[in-house]
Design a binder for this molecule. Sequence first.
Ligand code: FES
Length: 244
Amino acid sequence: MTARKLTFEIFRYNPEDPESKPHMQEFTLAEEPYMTLFRALNMIREEQDTGLQFDFSCRSAVCGSCGMMVNGRPTLACKTLTSDLADTVRLHPLPAFKLIGDLSVDTGTWFRAMAEQVGAWVHERAPFDPKAVEEPMDDELAAAIYESDRCIECGCCVASCGVANVRPGFVAPAGMNRIARFMMDPRDARSDTDWFDVVSNDDGVFGCIGLMACHDVCPKELPLLEVYAYLRRRALGTAFLKKA
Ligand code: FES
């Protein structure tokens, strides 16, 4: 059987080069069995244009580096088989992040700022005591925390979010997931009232306009709908307590 000929229309732009103008460039490639976009882009870079910029590290949907827009939908390129795509594939960088060049974006700066904004670390209730007996945790709760910790910070949910794309301070679904993770953790000293100030504003859960594309595109299938519902209920519960 003859291999399918794939056409890749790829966004090209180098913001560091004053001569560079954003444009689409076309490449063609013969499809191979079980070819991923990771493989296709590496072949294009090796054989047709060594200057093509894109990010990869683990090749197995773990590091979160290879998020990009594939035919208008944010997803991981290493997890995408070309056999699932039409003959022509359009690739753009993830929006909402600073463009480094072509398909490469700086997600690190965004995630660091978000982590600082929401305090994405365990705020200990007491100084660490190496002699203290380990505190047991309920299995169900440990599993729920682990579920949130599966986020690989690829940025696909942020790129899909209508609000994150227009308001830089919005902590976005990835931030909500981080908040929920530490809110659930009994080792964290922050009270519901402390969390209320982080979550219950336009940069938090009430800034979401409810499109929920994040839930549809998350490559790790995190239950982001449930995360938003959990945060809203906790925030509203605190608001009623504050009023009482
Ligand atoms: S290369 Fe690591 S997630 Fe795709």
